[in-house]
Design a protein. Sequence first.
Length: 402
Amino acid sequence: MVMLKTPVWSPSELYRHLNEGSQFFILDVRNEEDFNAWKIEGRDAIQTINLPYFDLLELEEEDEEIAAAVARAVPDRLGDKLPRSGLILAVCAKGDTSAHVAEGLRRLGYQALNLEGGMAAWGNHYEMRVVEESRRLTVLQISRPARGCLSYLLASGDEAMVVDAARHTEVYTRIASEHGWHITNVFDTHLQADHLSGGVALARELGADYWLHPYDSIHPDDLLPATFSFRYLEDEMELKLGEVNLRALHLPGHTLGMVNPLVDGRYLLTSDTLFIDTVGRPDLGGRAESWAPLLYRSLQRLLTLPDAAVVLPAHFSQMREADAQGCYRASIGALRSHNEGLRMLGQGLAVFSAYILSNLPEHPPSYDEIRRVNTGLIEVNEVKASELELGRNQCALSHGKK
Ligand SMILES: [Fe+2]
């Protein structure tokens, strides 16, 4: 294979440009189905064209250089659709074919780059933001920007806890060892449906305690119990992390066993109960009508916390929900007026439930299988894990769908 020296953006460079709102253009050469299922999104809309690689390429001879064939095909297939000035990022599934596309474009004078590792690498990229940092309490928000997943590493003194660990557990162990922290507790707020939890594996690897509410150790479809052991979370349980206290609030609605930890009385890790713009969906257990009132009561209870308490959710839908530091957080006081779901609470249970039921997004078919993995009922290899986690999370209520 020809080694190309085409300039690249790594996933972290892509993240930086997305976060800064840089102007660039994307040529995505994956097939249409994959493109429609999941694309790169930033704070602002990014001009993107999807043209599957095989539509772009017809080799004149079997041994024709691919970049040369791309350069030959582009004027005809893409005409004036590509910008003559400004950066063009070529994207494919793994970053191999898009390298040839970027190289072909460069030969035509375009300022093209390749996304290193393609969508696979982008999907597995993590970013870290400091919410608070002191010896008494450090709160780190660890995001997986392509999927909109957020997890947390909390530390007090030398002791650390991970909340809602993603499956790439090395992300947490690396940060902890850099800081000299010992992860003694791993806490899953609920049985995740949109991504594979790393909670059980991380706790096993470290000999840490793994915490979960017993209701969420049962698969909601066939009621099969989890195959791993865990420590039971219950409402108003107090956990100690170094010098700080965590108060466990059982807030059912998104799932029956949803537990949100209130850290040091100041940070509420709201998981999929409450997001920055919207609220969690109560239908993933297949019982939206009976779970919506649970969500209603849980959100009302959550609003009894002080206005200054900071909400740290488990997901975001759009990058522009982040603040200037790239952190997804907001005070309860601010969300009271800005969050659409919380505003609906004031109108009573009937209106709230009707609002919830009319704004439910599709139930992705992979979610049942993901929960099967997360309850330890089945095991999957890396290829299958990536396939199950393809695309952005769908844990929130739809936005603006009236
Ligand atoms: Fe969830």
